[in-house]
Write a protein that binds this ligand. Structure first.
Ligand code: DP6
Length: 327
């Protein structure tokens, strides 16, 4: 039959950050992390394995994919190994959000690729097994297999089979909203993989980062299960700023923020001081993500749009994990 399937996955945003690897080849993290999966931003990926085809053919948004093609072929190789086949694949992937905007397109991209590829090859993989495979392609992709609130464990085993994500709470059980302030569309200077490597080698704060993560994970887990917004706000901003402090202290220092990023942080904190339920988080790029209760979303978007240097503000609710779509 046809070795063909299509899947959708959405980006996730870490509230308790992943930064650093205990095994770079298997993509095993030094710390656990907790994220929320978004709803209205998505990657849709169509995968077709073609017997007799040697090379993989990959398009992203209808154009030949260059930048990520090696990582995509490595990910397809993991699936082919499982299935015991050597067929080349045709992969057509689309994002409905700007790829260069640093919005974790690798998380939704590799989650959708693993989900569709496993289905096309008839591999009966559990979501946990798909999370392990997605992790090997890009760490944060392990979390986008699942929806809502998700925790990815660092795991103990050398083979990484216990470094897997699991859902903590469904999206509908606590429907927070996320506003993303786009402050630059330039491709990021130092990617996460290289940034983590440099940090581990040169930042004097690496061991403090590892030693304090367990406490942050418990605080966040408890806040999520109790739907305690203020507690989640405090531990999430703390984890974000601590990750950046760690990376800023690498040599050369990793400075992912621009002026507008910092101004957005101040605006979000000012809003919270006025009683608006909102907090910020920032990843390895200049965009700011503001997480809020649904009642505050319009006020938060208006405040971010007002910041000089903010080019656009996207917004999303929380959504489901990777799933099949009509091929
Ligand atoms: C700052 O998952 O992109 O967004 O595993 O090397 O592919 P690789 O890195 P990636 O790193 C994401 C880092 C982060 C924090 C997070 O998402 O937890």
């Amino acid at each position: 039959g046809e070795l063909h399937a299509a899947s959708q996955a959405q980006p996730n945003i870490a509230l308790i950050k992943y930064w650093g690897k205990r095994d770079a080849a298997l993509n095993l993290p030094v710390v656990g992390s907790i994220s929320i999966t978004l709803e209205s931003l998505w990657t849709r990926t169509d995968v077709r394995f073609v017997p007799g085809q040697k090379q993989d053919r990959i398009t992203l948004n209808g154009r030949g994919e260059e930048a990520e093609s090696r990582r995509i072929t490595a990910c397809l190789d993991l699936l082919r190994q499982r299935a015991g086949v050597d067929y080349g694949a045709r992969v057509a992937s689309r994002n409905n959000f700007p790829t260069a905007a640093g919005l974790a397109s690798s998380a939704s991209g590799f989650a959708a690729l693993v989900h569709a590829g496993a289905q096309a090859l008839g591999l009966a993989l559990s979501l946990a097994e798909q999370s392990v495979l997605a992790r090997r392609c890009s760490g944060s992709a392990a979390r986008s297999i699942f929806g809502g609130y998700v925790e990815w464990a660092h795991g103990q085993l050398a083979d990484g089979t216990d470094s897997v994500a699991r859902p903590l709470l469904g999206a509908d059980a606590w429907p927070l909203r996320v506003a993303v302030a786009i402050t630059s569309t330039a491709a990021k200077q130092v990617g996460s993989t290289e940034g983590m490597r440099r940090t581990a080698q040169t930042s004097p704060y690496q061991s403090a980062w590892i030693d304090t993560q367990e406490a942050d994970l418990s605080r966040a887990r408890e806040a999520i299960l109790a739907r305690d917004f203020e507690a989640l706000a405090q531990v999430s901003e703390y984890s974000c700023l601590k990750m950046h402090a760690l990376a800023l202290a690498a040599q050369p220092g990793l400075l992912y923020w621009n002026g507008a990023t910092v101004e957005c942080m101040h605006r979000v904190r000012a809003l919270r001081q006025q009683g608006v339920p909102v907090f910020f988080t920032v990843d390895a790029g200049p965009q700011l993500k503001a997480v809020c209760l649904p009642s505050a979303i319009e006020q938060v978007k208006a405040a971010l749009r007002d910041v000089p240097g903010v080019l656009d503000v996207l917004d999303s609710g929380l959504g489901e994990g990777a799933r099949n779509i009509a091929a």
